[in-house]
Design a protein around this ligand. Structure first.
Ligand code: V47
Ligand code: SF4
Length: 389
């Protein structure tokens, strides 16, 4: 056993915290009660060291990033989530944006010849952008750039599209998969507990509906991510309930790649009166998530939301993935008050960020196939070689 972990456990005076840590070391699953106990009683250094132990057992120092860009087709949305700073109601759609298929293809074409591997498509739920509209968009992107992995649409968008098209979840998912949709992002999950949902996002798909959409995608062999919006009005028990439901589905399907906690940002939305959490609480959450989500291979800190410095810090608290280059192609977080007002990082910047904390930067594709290990490549070479930067 790792002696520093043995010492950490031996020095702990709380017997419950000691027994939870022993389970982690033995690779035994921790229970919902254990998870709650960690949130209520564990210090940041304690859960941090344990999470780092698990992270290194799974991935060593490897820290993944990808080269990606987003397309946000619209911020017009039929829903009215209280935490959302980004959407504009359909009645006020003149204040928002609506991209045509041609405009979205122009965004894709901007990356011709550039070594991006993924396009992430997510936006508001616009009543006129239906299943056929998006199937057509996906087919056109694939025809133009077959090597680009298309990760698109939250379960909220999909649920709405399928209902409007009068398709079952299985039929709708198969239809988009056939058109070329390859995986699903993790958005829309928020907090599964219905009482919390009623207060923050009453009118959209419920937790069980979200899980059913991801299950249908997994059944087709597609992979997906899962998010959790934390740090608003939820309790520790709600976080555990959320992670437990995800862990159960993952036991069944194995289709999730990564778990992405999303910190609630309070800029310019109907929940602006709710204070944002401290960085200590953020890091404790990442660490406990790493310990709890034992069947999720990856834990991602999404830097446009957390800020690049905090994302870098999270690499010591269980996180092994910091998403991608983004290229200033998303507005969800800048509009919610994130310090990242124009989120874009070059490969050299991402690599530097990871190297500064003595981790190994590895570019991945959406499915975590390794594309390139950057640990031995000089930063100057990355900066000057257009294929690398
Ligand atoms: O579902 C909206 C969140 C999500 C706020 O799968 C907010 O790789 C914090 O799904 N404060 C959409 N969060 C983004 C998303 C995502 C992002 C990055 C990577 C992946 C992936 C998926 O954004 C929404 C909601 O939970 N969100 N407003 C806010 N004020
Ligand atoms: Fe619409 Fe998504 Fe914003 Fe909710 S979070 S209002 S579903 S864009």
């Amino acid at each position: 056993m790792n002696t520093s972990i043995e010492k950490l456990i031996a020095a702990e005076t709380d017997a419950t915290l000691r027994s939870i840590a022993e389970k982690v070391v033995r690779k035994e699953r921790i229970t919902p009660e254990d998870g709650l106990y960690l949130f209520e009683h564990a210090s940041l250094p304690y859960v941090g060291a344990l999470a780092n132990f698990v992270r290194e057992r799974l991935h060593g120092n490897t820290t993944y990033f990808n080269r990606n860009f987003h397309i946000e087709p619209t911020n017009v949305c039929v829903f009215a989530c209280k935490f959302c700073s980004y959407s504009r109601l359909y009645a006020h759609r003149e204040e928002g944006w609506e991209l045509s298929t041609e405009q979205m293809l122009d965004i894709v074409k901007k990356y011709d010849g550039k070594p991006v591997t993924e396009v992430h498509i997510v936006g508001g739920v616009h009543p006129k952008m239906n299943l056929e509209f998006f199937a057509d968009l996906i087919r056109k992107i694939r025809a133009h750039r077959p090597d680009l992995h298309i990760k698109g649409f939250t379960a909220v968008e999909l649920d709405y599209m399928f209902r409007k098209a009068k398709k079952t979840i299985d039929e709708g998912m198969a239809y988009l998969h056939e058109a070329g949709l390859q995986s699903l992002p993790g958005g829309g999950a928020e907090i599964f507990d219905q009482e919390i949902r009623e207060q923050i996002c009453a009118d959209k798909i419920d937790g069980e509906g979200w899980l059913a959409i991801h299950k249908a995608a997994h059944k087709l062999g597609m992979h997906s991510n899962a998010t959790m919006l934390y740090g608003h009005i939820e309790t520790y028990a709600h976080r555990i309930d959320h992670m437990e439901r995800l862990r159960k589905l993952q036991d069944e399907t194995g289709g999730f790649n990564t778990f992405i906690p999303l910190k609630f940002r309070n800029g310019d939305n109907e929940m602006s009166h709710v204070n944002e959490l401290s960085i200590i609480e953020d890091m404790r959450l990442y660490a406990i998530a790493r310990l709890y989500m034992d069947n999720f291979p990856h834990l991602k800190a999404y830097w446009p939301m957390l800020g690049r410095n905090n994302a870098q810090l999270s690499l010591s608290f269980g996180v092994n993935d910091i998403d991608g280059t983004i290229d200033d192609s998303t507005k969800i977080y800048s509009m919610a008050g994130s310090e990242e007002q124009t989120p874009a990082m070059s490969t050299a910047q991402l690599v530097t960020l990871i190297k500064q904390v003595k981790r190994k930067p590895v570019e991945r594709d959406t499915l975590y196939n390794e594309i390139r290990d950057y640990s031995e490549i000089d930063i100057k070479e990355i900066e000057t070689n257009p294929l690398l930067n």
